[in-house]
Ligand binder design. Sequence first.
Ligand SMILES: Cc1cc2nc3c(=O)[nH]c(=O)nc-3n(C[C@H](O)[C@H](O)[C@H](O)COP(=O)(O)OP(=O)(O)OC[C@H]3O[C@@H](n4cnc5c(N)ncnc54)[C@H](O)[C@@H]3O)c2cc1C
Length: 429
Amino acid sequence: MSKPTSADHAPSYYAASASPQPQRPALDAALDVDVCIIGAGYTGLSAGLHLAEAGFSVAIVEAARVGWGASGRNGGQIVNSYSRDLDVIEARYGTDTARALGDMAFEGGRIIRERIARYGIACDLKDGGVFAAITPGQFAHLRKQQALWQRYGHTQLRLLDHNDTRDVVASERYCGGLLDLSGGHLHPLNLALGEAAAFESLGGRIFEHSPAIRIERNVRPVVHTPHGTVTASFVIVAGNAYLGGLVPELAAKSMPCGTQIVATEPLGALADALLPQDYCIENCNYLLDYFRLSADRRLLFGGGVVYGARDPAHIEAIIMPKLLRVFPQLANARIDFAWTGNFLLTLSRMPQMGRIDHHVYYSQGCSGHGITFTHLAGRLLAEVLQGQAARFDAFARLPHLPFPGGQLLRVPFTALGAWYYDLRDRLGV
Ligand SMILES: Cc1cc2nc3c(=O)[nH]c(=O)nc-3n(C[C@H](O)[C@H](O)[C@H](O)COP(=O)(O)OP(=O)(O)OC[C@H]3O[C@@H](n4cnc5c(N)ncnc54)[C@H](O)[C@@H]3O)c2cc1C
């Protein structure tokens, strides 16, 4: 057993505090299995674990290491529902689709908690997440969101007035909030590592440093890596923002984007003063900030979006002004870690699931809120491979639209749109 090095994972607080993990071999043989999964993030691991539990033989090929992508470097915030909420889904896709998706909107969070309990995964799980309003307009929207989620059976929400909000986050920036006790936060890399270990305990195999370089589309497709092949009845593509051009159909309708996080030094008693209930917080802006405490009492603060996913040179310069607007009392706090990661944006902000053909399936594009959805996606992928397609198809039927401007202009066009919404947030309209 060895600890990951910075060469294995992004130089994050998570890599520095990861649970011990084995070095897994690269694929150097010709395997034959029921299902081959490309990518060992939450989507791939969740699908693999559901399938292994159902008795399938499954091999996962991972280009880097388990949890190397967004799943091992995200904000760790368990956020229910989707990146576009149920009112938008109702308006865009109709009540039947909204009902089908609404029934599943809180399932991902339940799956995560089941996994943690069943497999004894140590990943610092804490219950409770707050959506924090900066403007009265955002607070009015939270009130509507509470009523909306209640209509879909989610009754654990509590509206927080200005004073209540001040009790959960020691900042003058917020006028109110909405507390979701079935939200919460965790150590994301340790969740991925725990799920990988659970998958392997059921006979699943993971090959690291084994990028899929070609999929031979066939009745029994063959996934090629530099030194091996996996022939399978089904292939699941779960490479998300790091997939590149392996499946051109998927690259054309999504856009990798970067977001950055910093971790302060351990803050001791000051940490408890900043976030006395240890809830995680995200604000309601279009380009939102998100923050929480780690188990060793650091503040982990993330925000901003880099469209097109260039790695920014000065992460602290991007994040610190945002952090200090919320907590000016941290002006002298040391920053111990700063890292970036890529998520996959879709034009509709809804996740994309579907079939490339009868044997190749995919799920991607949670557009920033992916911890819960990826866990649901794994269950739906396992269901469809067992012949139960209804819930998978409720997502697969959603239209997957290309970004305006095509590959060349989609980044400036999307950045322009975001600039407009960001300006509205700044002006409070
Ligand atoms: C900085 C950051 C903060 C975030 N914060 C939050 C948050 O607080 N809450 C939330 O809900 N969501 C958050 N997200 C989004 C969330 O992390 C993602 O939606 C989710 O982890 C995506 O999981 P995934 O398995 O689909 O992709 P990933 O975790 O990115 O995994 C894809 C894997 O596929 C591998 N891969 C790619 N191509 C190949 C190939 N050809 N062959 C083999 N392997 C391949 C990659 O190496 C990678 O390991 C955040 C994202 C980022 C980047």
